[in-house]
Design a protein around this ligand. Sequence first.
Ligand code: NAG
Ligand code: NAG
Ligand code: NAG
Length: 436
Amino acid sequence: MRLGLGAEWLGLLLLLGVSAGARGAAAAAANPQAEELLKAINAEYKFNRTSWDSSILNDAPSNLKLERILWTAQPRRFEFTVFTQLTLNRLPTLFNMCSSYTGPLSAAVYLALVQPDAQGGGALSSSNEAKVAEAVLQAESFFHRVESNGSICQLDLMLFSEVFDSDQAKLLYPVNYLRNYARMQVRTRLLAMIDVDMFMSTSLSQEMSQPASIQRYEELCAERRATVLPAFEPTKPGAVGKDMAMRISRVSKSELQTIHGRNKVTIQFKLRVFPRGHTPTDYLRWFATSEPYQVTYKRFYEPWFITCNEIMPWYDIEFRGYGMNKIVLIAALNYYNYTFWIHPSAWLVHNPHTDTDVRKMVARQASDVNKFKVKLQPNALYRKLTLLFGKAKRGMMRGTYDPKVDPRQLAVYDKVAWLRAPPQLVGSPTPESVFV
Ligand SMILES: *[C@@H]1O[C@H](CO)[C@@H](O)[C@H](O)[C@H]1NC(C)=O
Ligand SMILES: *[C@@H]1O[C@H](CO)[C@@H](O)[C@H](O)[C@H]1NC(C)=O
Ligand SMILES: *[C@@H]1O[C@H](CO)[C@@H](O)[C@H](O)[C@H]1NC(C)=O
């Protein structure tokens, strides 16, 4: 066919072909800054398997390897970044989140590998090597699907792996390590950690597309304001709930009000199982106002919020698997003198999913302890969680709280000059009354 075309046409076709190919290749291939970051993160990496007991009993750290880093080649649509973390099998959930938002999104994706003693503890087995290679392909193909779609988020993706010595140990999902690494990858000053199972309201991207909004939020950082995004959930589970959730993220606020209520389409997130998580947001007041308003911190509050990089505390890496990992960060905001203001016109919606195994395990242990007064084994995760929470709480009461961060991550700041400086926050003692 092409033979019949003139030389100019052939040239043009080649040019188009080349540029389309180049766009894919440029995105897949090395962004020099991204590669520099990857090298620095892996600089201290040594193969080792994470075990349950040494993690729970001796606080042995998680051992993450950054397998691949993929950065969008698009110019940023706005100067605000959402960051999040997920296991590799939840890429479809990330796609959903990404479809509800048009700006920069930094995601740390995680692959857990199991290598029992029989397969050797000195190096990665060939079957695990194959799993890593497959995961890299999956991440790349996902990335290209997002990158080639001009109307969804702009993705920067890190793919981490970790090797465990047993299936049980694999439950120790290093959620806060991953949040911290995803945050490190953020290149805007303004950011928000939002869990991957949330949709963002259309109004959030619209607002952030206005440079004046960005500037206003950046100014608020001087007074340590956290702007809270109210969170909703559909009243139905499963596939019906997923469709409802997407709809709830796209309606106007006044329409949201008409579908809000226990017997309607949407309610406050976790209202039925954990009202304390979001009740301080004051949903009645929210529907009645179009202005931001301040609320008081209360124990176990766990909202998502917008803030600036320089005052965003680290997520405490000791919280692994499930439980308290966000609650402690919000308590830390309070400790660091943040005030909480509610965003009047943007919100989040939970995209329903089934419980993870580790959540079920912790819930079972919590009920054993609280209902049946069972004494848990020293290596039980729920027991560890209560110890860690107690330690954080005492630190905040005494004014000595300092979240634990992966030392390997902190070392990266000495190697990569262009990274935004890590936060230097000083807290003031939290009154004990806040915690009871
Ligand atoms: C592997 O991890 C364990 C538990 O943290 C630690 O005791 C051991 O020294 C590590 N081994 C190597 C070779 O780093
Ligand atoms: C981009 O993603 C959206 C949201 O999932 C989808 O509806 C649309 O068809 C995609 N567009 C392209 C060009 O793939
Ligand atoms: C934080 O608040 C406490 C109590 O109101 C106050 O004493 C302290 O000076 C504040 N610290 C900062 C850094 O603003």
